[in-house]
Design a protein around this ligand. Sequence first.
Ligand code: SF4
Length: 230
Amino acid sequence: MGITKTDFMRGMQCRKMLWLDKHKPQMRVIPPETQARLDAGNDFGDRAMGMFGPYEEMTVYRKGTRIPDKKKMAEKTALHLQLGTPVICEAAFLYYNNYCAVDILRKTETGYDFYEVKNAPEVREQFIRDAGFQYYILQRSGVKIGRIFLVIHGPDEENPFVPVEITEEAKGLAPWINEHIWDLNRMQKQREEVETEMGEQCSCPYECWYIGYCRGETGSGTEQIRMEEL
Ligand code: SF4
């Protein structure tokens, strides 16, 4: 398998973090507050699917599990793009096995706009990078993308979905993504553990779940969520 949007962001924060995700995920210790934040984000994302009215959702799970079947999701998405479905949620794309699922694709006269939903009150740099990764995969998968938006959590709880356009910034990241995506692909597959000194990257932009492991404090971690759900 290639890498996902989450893999890319984690690998860019720390290459060892991505390597551990692939080779020693049992060493993660995920704080309960992080789990709660992820759950709240999933809930906000689910509610946002209906922000443009009726939609088709592409999520397909592997039989008997809650693990997304990426190949089937990409096939279903390709079908709906052919059909010209006006609003496609969790639209999935595979490009040389690198994968992303876009929260909302909305048809326009010339192609599709896309919306990345974030349960946060403001735009953050890492959100733009997320959208940049998705744009990279979509563009290379042949989808004509017009405008790109982040949907953030506004103050009105009756209508909390606030789109903020980030087209130029997100599209401008394509060369940066291309510069790193293939190197991360190679690195995640290598057998030897990546050696990295602990530093600022251990808590910025996100607290790392392997801090105990890298400090040599824990014999084992507790994997509490599947990476496919992030
Ligand atoms: S604790 Fe720090 S060095 Fe270790 S994997 Fe996490 S970010 Fe990298």
